[in-house]
Write a protein that binds this ligand. Structure first.
Ligand code: NAG
Ligand code: NAG
Ligand code: NAG
Ligand code: NAG
Ligand code: NAG
Ligand code: NAG
Length: 859
């Protein structure tokens, strides 16, 4: 409490002390030495007059404009000296420019010289997509600002991670990007991840994307000026303006173009699409065994069991509690899971307990793997085990140390043979809220948390590696010197308070010479990436599975993501849908989902039933709850158990359809889950829909969303649809349909006319067993009578399947069905039948047809 009052006072002083100058009065920069090439433009930008809104103006900037591809325009405004921090290439590798001729590009860059402002227009229509002419930019040592005008009430999506509406508010709205542990995922707040990309949708005239590659803390303001002009304004505490403009114009193309910039999402192992159960608070391994047995007894398929921090000895990573989770028992449990084709995943946190005789700490300390305080000692803070140090993912030996810890602890012959890893608290979350608990780590009770036992005290002298030799000097984009990295004058609106509160001090220098101030938002991605690499080192040929709480742009390359510590409320049940839409369609992270039934608080039976069915149609499907929440395994209520059996049945039958959609995302960035407006861009009624989603290319899911309700009103765009459950054909003129009496296990799902859906004939208890089931293929002809779809098959677990994969495309032309493509995956599984839906009775053609070659027939 006292601490927050102190903060409030501090910010009041900061506001009073501020020079009351307006950005609009700043003179900005003028462009000189302009060199225009066929596919690029460079210029110097020289400060016209000082403005110093929050820090010192940078005198000389450099503009680089590149026509990188037909649809991608790169605009970089950096300091001429190249000192200002830019995200390291190895953290986010930049796409190569194809240097296309500006004349043929879909986007056009134009600018004024004095003051320098620019706009980006769509070449085909002349429409202005981005326009800074109303306000010259600011580029200071600790504050950069750039504003674009926008059309009134634009349709903007993205700028995650947040829990606000999927289509962003356009009045008095601030999106703060600063990764933070965010219990209860509050609205209008920065959450666990930062994705400075938005898509703007303008109906029939197209959709485009704007990505600002900047990892510094920032506020993005979306509002109207006094005269009513709509704008979006970036206010960051550092970094450069590194923009990628993506032309679309189809919404789905923007997803792909964005993935080309930040990287294609990782393909996931087949088993990860099965159902996962987790719980913080499973006190003993025997309890876990009971959960597994009870799932089996309830006849609810359980694919993967998770271990939250309960398994650890005093919450130390890479340890097991000798009495509650003795290693031999954990090994036996994992063995028996594997024998049943089930899987096991464990959690890891970044904080390493700083005590002697703890190998993970001493080995890391010897290798110089941890972040350092000003005096060169390892920087300390507070996390689950008590006093901790944190890995410095930029230090040269950290990956080795991490590989070795993972290799040893998860050694199949002596340790725990996990199938995947879960990284949590990687914002990084520090339970020490301020500067005071460093010296008294054992005596403080961090706000909002109650450690389960007093944190152990460090004993004796600590192993300390010599400080790394100083990082390479100058011109390496490490960050300007002489900044106040602890208390910048411009304060972003983080809901956790100052930049450093509840996380690592932002004035910490990373091993490569950069600072947490600039790299904070990358911590989670780097931990997830390091963990993925460690899993690859452990099993080079196997597709790794990592789940991470904290993300940054491009995070899908390394990991799956869940939406953090939500609550067991109807509100968060609804929130889960829009978060899934944002991550899968806008943030290039397809393997996502909420904690089914909610993380915190008491899951109510009917809500849990609905959420389970919803979860069956989200890519990542895990039930998880907090230690303080009552048990919420799906077998615990009769209603939920019934619904769960039904949910698993449909989920597993559709599993290959989902697998194919996520594979598509991994090879070309297509959205595995998308909003309705991706499919009906011209239909304004779809633009704000955030309680329905399209799974893959052809399934529209429209769950009941009101509290305790059995009624749902959903929108069916103008098209032909088929009820997924009955096959009934529904022609919509673009109507809101209201359905009453929707049972707790019912969920309206429609097949979009024009799609072909491959499904397994039968569900199974495990995904391994599922893979032996045959297929049934459902054809849903569109208004034009034709349809198409696809099926991807591989072994489900190899990192590189080479040619041993099948990419089968299905087409229906009104009379003939055809399956063709590549058939490299060897399988005995067959297509048992093909069902063509229609008006009235559907038509069925009985197979079987093998899946080692194409086939066709007429009906
Ligand atoms: C800005 O102020 C600095 C001193 O603080 C001065 O050296 C510089 O010439 C000024 N630049 C302009 C463009 O006025
Ligand atoms: C874009 O900027 C250029 C340079 O200021 C200007 O000539 C042009 O009219 C602008 N385009 C639009 C559509 O506003
Ligand atoms: C498992 O089921 C048994 C029998 O119903 C019950 O006594 C036990 O509490 C359950 N345990 C767990 C962890 O669900
Ligand atoms: C960061 O700033 C704090 C507060 O001024 C100070 O106590 C600490 O020593 C600084 N740390 C580093 C690494 O400079
Ligand atoms: C799971 O196994 C049980 C017991 O063998 C069986 O009764 C049940 O039908 C199986 N469920 C599925 C979905 O295959
Ligand atoms: C709403 C809710 O229950 N939020 C919880 C989210 O998770 C954190 C734990 O990380 C809890 O402390 C919150 O209570």
């Amino acid at each position: 409490m006292a601490f927050s009052v102190f903060l409030l006072l501090l910010s009041a002083v900061a506001v009073l002390g501020q020079i009351p100058r307006l950005a609009a009065q700043c003179p900005g920069y003028r462009a000189t030495n302009i060199v225009q090439g066929d596919s690029s433009l460079v210029a110097d930008l020289i400060l016209i007059g000082n403005c110093s809104l929050h820090s010192k103006d940078v005198e000389k900037l450099r503009l680089l404009v590149e026509y990188q591809t037909d649809t991608r325009l790169h605009v970089l405004i950096a300091d001429a000296g190249n000192d200002v921090y830019q995200v390291q290439e190895h953290v986010l590798p930049r796409p190569k420019s194809q240097n296309i001729d500006a004349k043929g590009a879909a986007l056009k860059f134009s600018f004024t010289e004095n003051p320098f402002t620019f706009n980006v227009t769509r070449a085909s229509t002349g429409e202005v997509l981005f326009d800074t002419s109303d306000s010259p930019l600011n580029f200071e040592t600790q504050y950069i600002r750039l504003r674009t005008s926008l059309p009134q009430n634009p349709n903007l999506y993205g700028l995650g991670e947040h829990s606000d509406s999927f289509r962003l508010p356009t009045d008095d709205y601030t999106r703060t990007l600063w990764n933070a542990e965010s219990p209860f995922i509050p609205n209008r707040a920065n959450l666990y991840g930062s994705h400075p990309v938005y898509f703007e949708h303008r109906g029939d005239s197209g959709t485009h994307g704007v990505f600002l590659l900047n990892s510094d803390g920032m506020d993005i303001l979306i509002d109207k000026t006094e005269s009513g002009q709509q704008y979006l304004e970036y206010n960051a505490v550092g970094g450069v303006f590194d923009f990628y403009f993506l032309a679309g114009p189809e919404p789905a193309s923007v997803s792909k173009q964005y993935a080309e910039v930040v990287g294609l999402p990782a393909m996931m192992p087949y088993w990860t699409f099965g159902f996962h159960q987790c719980k913080y608070g499973w006190q003993t391994i025997d309890h876990v065994a009971q959960v597994i047995a009870n799932y089996s007894a309830a006849d609810i398929p359980l694919e993967t069991v998770w271990g939250d921090i309960d398994y650890m000895n005093s919450k130390r990573i890479f340890t097991t509690d000798p009495s509650r989770y003795p290693l031999d028992k954990v090994r036996a449990l994992v063995d028996s899971l594997h024998k049943n084709n089930q899987h096991y995943v464990q959690i890891l946190d970044p904080g390493v307990n700083r005590i002697n005789n703890y190998g993970t700490y001493t080995r890391g300390a010897e290798k110089g793997a941890f972040l350092r305080a000003a005096d060169g000692s390892y920087y300390r803070g507070l996390q689950w085990p008590g006093e901790v140090v944190w890995p410095d993912w930029f230090a040269p030996n950290t990956q080795d140390w991490w590989n070795n810890e993972i290799h040893t602890f998860y050694d199949p012959s002596t340790g725990i043979d996990v199938d995947g890893l879960w990284v949590d608290m990687d914002e990084a979350s520090n339970m020490c809220p301020d500067t005071t608990c460093l010296t008294s780590a054992s005596s403080i009770t961090p706000l909002g948390w109650t450690p389960r036992r007093p944190p152990p005290r460090p004993r004796g002298r600590q192993a300390l590696a010599p400080r790394q030799s100083s990082p390479p000097p100058t011109d390496s984009k490490l960050g300007l010197p002489n900044r106040d990295l602890f208390n910048p004058t411009y304060r972003i609106a983080s809901h956790r308070g100052a930049l450093s509160s509840y996380t690592l001090y932002t004035n910490i220098t990373n091993a490569d010479g950069t600072h947490q101030y600039d790299t904070h938002n990358l911590y989670g991605n780097m931990m997830a990436t390091a963990t993925r690499r460690a899993l690859l080192a452990r099993h080079p040929a196997k597709r790794p599975f990592v789940l991470t709480r904290s993300t940054f742009a491009g995070g899908g390359r390394a990991a799956a993501h869940w939406f953090g510590d939500n609550a067991s409320t109807w509100d968060h049940y609804r929130t889960a849908i829009r978060q899934m839409l944002a991550f899968a369609a806008v943030h290039a992270t397809p393997m996502v989902g909420s904690d089914v039934c909610g993380f915190n608080g008491n899951a109510e039976e009917h809500m849990c039933a609905r959420w389970t069915m919803l979860g069956a149609f989200q890519p990542f499907f895990r039930n998880h709850a907090d230690v303080s929440a009552p048990d919420q395994e799906l077998y615990r209520w009769p209603v939920v158990a019934d619904v769960a059996r039904r949910a698993m049945d449909v989920r597993y039958r559709l599993l290959d359809y989902l697998y194919t959609a996520v594979w598509r995302a991994s090879v070309e960035g297509a959205a595995a889950v998308s909003p309705l407006w991706f499919w009906y861009p011209g239909d304004a009624a779809t633009w704000g829909v955030e309680t329905q989603w399209v799974l893959g290319d052809g399934l529209l899911v429209s769950p009941v969303v009101d509290d305790d309700s059995q009624t749902v009103s959903y929108y069916l765009p103008k098209d032909v649809w088929y009820d997924f459950w009955t096959g009934e054909r529904v022609v919509s003129k673009g109507e809101i349909k209201t359905v009453e009496g929707v049972g707790w296990g019912d969920i309206p799902v429609h097949i979009k006319g024009g799609s072909i859906l491959p499904m397994r004939v039968k569900s199974a208890n495990t995904t391994a067993e599922l893979r032996t089931q045959n297929f049934v293929i459902t054809v849903a002809p569109g208004t034009d009578g034709i349809a198409k779809g696809e099926l991807y098959l591989d072994d489900g677990e190899s990192l590189d399947v080479g040619d041993e994969k099948s990419e089968i495309s299905f087409t229906w032309d009104g009379q003939g069905f055809q399956a063709k493509g590549a058939f490299g995956y060897d399988t005995d599984v067959v297509v048992e039948r093909v069902v063509v839906l229609g008006d009235g009775a559907s038509r069925t053609k009985e197979g079987p047809w093998g899946l080692r070659e194409g086939f066709d027939f007429h009906l």
